[in-house]
Write a protein that binds this ligand. Structure first.
Ligand code: NAP
Length: 256
């Protein structure tokens, strides 16, 4: 059996690709020869990433795309498929922080609803919109970005942790449902990574945390997660489905 490790000509949609891990994933996919729909809430950052990919000789188009906008999901997926002539790969990556103490009556419901909407509901909606196109692909791949917060939680992070745990459940259920069609659905749980989301954590606190909690003793770089994401998108990754992979420098492996 010969399996391809080439993404040349594959068509990929990445959400939250204007920065951090989404940007790194879009750039690596493009470097591997994929056509990439660089989508982000922020039009300017999506455009800057797409311009950078194009300048480097890759193929990318930017879309302004709020993943919590139900109608926009259908429109963007249809536009991407129309523009590139199909869709093979969906990376559900867009995300926000959602800390809130359980007894904060003024804010909890609001933060919960936003977390579930952006971090979980968007995944199923984007997958449902993409499905007709993925069904026509020879190597359909879905990668959902969750978090180590789905596997163990930080104090006062319950809206985020619950939504991310939902992503792992959605991944398993859809892997089972779509497996017979050859569509793989997998999930990555990043640990502490240097991105916009963690930019407000002071460097000294990052170092203290990483030394105390991870095996590697440091925060990760967005590219260290993105390479795993892209690996799950290869045609050769055809028998990997329903898995949740921590990319966390050994955070989940470490007890003491
Ligand atoms: P990031 O640099 O902040 O990137 C997240 C991107 O998502 C941003 O470009 C952001 O756009 C975009 N976004 C936010 N809300 C959106 C929406 N409603 N629609 C479309 N795009 C939206 O953070 P990141 O760390 O790379 O995050 C990527 C994923 O990894 C997220 O799902 C996050 O939960 C997860 N994660 C991160 C870490 C970590 O340590 N960094 C750890 C575990 C999991 P704007 O900047 O314009 O808001």
């Amino acid at each position: 059996m010969t399996l391809s490790r080439s993404l040349k000509g594959s068509i990929a949609l990445v959400t939250g690709a204007g920065s951090g891990m989404g940007k790194a994933t879009a750039e690596i996919l493009a470097a591997e020869g994929a056509h990439v729909a660089v989508t982000d809430y922020d039009a300017a950052s999506a455009q800057a990433v797409a311009d950078g990919i194009t300048a480097a000789g890759g193929s990318a188009v930017a879309w302004a795309f709020d993943v919590s906008d139900k109608d926009r999901i259908k429109a963007v997926v249809a536009e991407v498929a129309e523009r590139f002539g199909g869709l093979d790969i969906v990376i559900n990556n867009a995300g926000i922080s959602a800390f809130c103490p359980i007894d904060d009556e003024d804010h909890y419901d609001l933060i919960w609803d936003r977390a579930v909407n952006v971090l979980l509901t968007s995944h199923q909606r984007i997958i449902r919109a993409a499905l007709p196109h993925l069904r026509r692909s020879k190597a359909a791949r879905i990668v959902n970005i969750a978090s180590t917060e789905a596997l163990g939680a930080t104090n006062r992070d319950s809206p985020y942790a619950a939504a991310k745990a939902g992503v792992t459940g959605l991944t398993r259920a859809l892997a089972v449902e779509l497996g017979r069609e050859g569509i793989t659905v997998n999930c990555i749980c990043p640990g502490p990574i240097h991105t916009g989301m963690t930019s407000n954590v002071p460097d000294a606190d990052k170092q203290t945390f990483a030394k105390r909690r991870t095996a590697m003793g440091r925060y990760g770089a967005p590219e260290e997660v993105a390479h795993m994401t892209v690996s799950l998108c290869l045609p050769a990754a055809s028998y990997i489905t329903g898995v949740t992979i921590p990319v966390d420098g050994g955070l989940m492996a470490r007890n003491a």
